[in-house]
Design a protein around this ligand. Sequence first.
Ligand code: NAD
Length: 468
Amino acid sequence: MNDFTMTIAGQQSATIATYPVEDPATGAVIADAPACTPGQLDEAMRAAQSALVGWHSDRSRRQQALERLADSVEGHLEELAGVITTEEGKPLAEARSELGDAINDLRYFASLELPAELIRDDEHTVVRVLRRPVGPVAAITPWNFPLGTAVAKIAPALAAGCTMVLKPSPYTPLSCLRFGELGRDVLPPGVLNVVSGSNEVGAWMTEHPIPRMVSFTGSVATGKRIATMVAPDLKRVTLELGGNDPAIVLDDVDIEEAADGLFANAFGNCGQICVAIKRVYVPSSRHDELVEALVSRAKAAKVGDGHLSGTEIGPLCNKMQFDRVAELVEDAMDHGAKLAAGGRPIEGPGYFFEPTVVTGVSDGVRIVDEEQFGPALPIVSYDDLDDVLVRANATHFGLGASIWTGDPERGGAIATGVESGTVWVNTHQAAVPGQPFGGLKWSGIGVEGGRWGLIGYTELQAIHVARG
Ligand code: NAD
């Protein structure tokens, strides 16, 4: 898999240096990805700047191009799904679903408009308020949804009239590089430039004088660094960061139904989802029942190479994440936790870890307080609903949360007391077209999705005409 190339100014950019990319299911090196040099990054930034005026002045061209990009992803769906599974580890069905979301994003934003608002029109004055594209965007993305998180930026940014330089995670650059190659046939040169490389390339992008905005998805630690780095140049910034989503189970819940939803939303993509359920609070009176239901699902889940049919949970994406999950489980054990299911790395090559259900822990233990981002779910019991809301909110994170109940109206009323960008009732991670997504507190600044996501790539301009 060595034929992935960077796209700069609509063309293949020569590969000067490389770095290895691993298949997490085997630990084997599967590609030598291009390592972007400072000179190549500068070229990409200048291409994005040159393409800006022509791109933002022609809305129907943008609309058609985004539709054609969606067609192109559709036409290469199996190829791209295979690349995502090989670089990230997720089962093919999940890779296809990631691409389905990307196609929907491209089509949704192709059709979305932000019309000018006329706020005064009389014999003396006409005032219109427009939304202008913010300018060239530096987009930096993580590894868990390698192409999905990138397209969640590309679609609204390009629809708004911005141009972009995209850098995917060093762990999973291949699907984005391939997407950049497909874009060469569809987009004017310079509109979407795709480079790859280490974290250092992300830092160069953030500090580069050309982009007017940094659109970042990744960890809180890197998000904070980026917020600091953009300040001297007053670049706009969108930060989609980590979460530690609580699921609060109420006493009236149907345990079997809830266990299906909780398990799917905690262990999907091997737990490596920003809005995965990362801690479950359950009334003491329902604790044992729920643990039993989750344990039976954890033990039945088929863990393996994402390319094999029947695989439900793949490996962790990389050694760093694998070590972190193992460390958090070990720390929980040191603090008196019990392993109701799993708890150990799976012998053999690759970064496989048993689906793990941890009990006997509470707030104050790292696996409850921190983002584990892996297949290890702590179950915490509670006796008082008001108290558990305080505990769920006692965190710097505020990405998602969910309430699980036999009475959706009751759940909806409780939801408003939770401090997170989205609160679901009897589901988690679900979204309809047009729904915004973002984090409160340290989980982010700004949103993606819906018209609010498009607005994020624009700035207001007032045109005030005096008629005399
Ligand atoms: P990360 O912060 O380590 O890396 C993300 C990206 O930032 C990578 O492309 C990396 O190369 C780049 N980067 C690293 N250091 C940088 C620096 N100093 N300057 C500029 N760029 C830099 O995150 P990760 O481990 O790849 O991703 C996992 C995290 O992402 C989790 O916390 C997860 O919750 C979060 N995430 C959030 C969302 C969301 O929408 N809120 C979605 C997916 C993942």
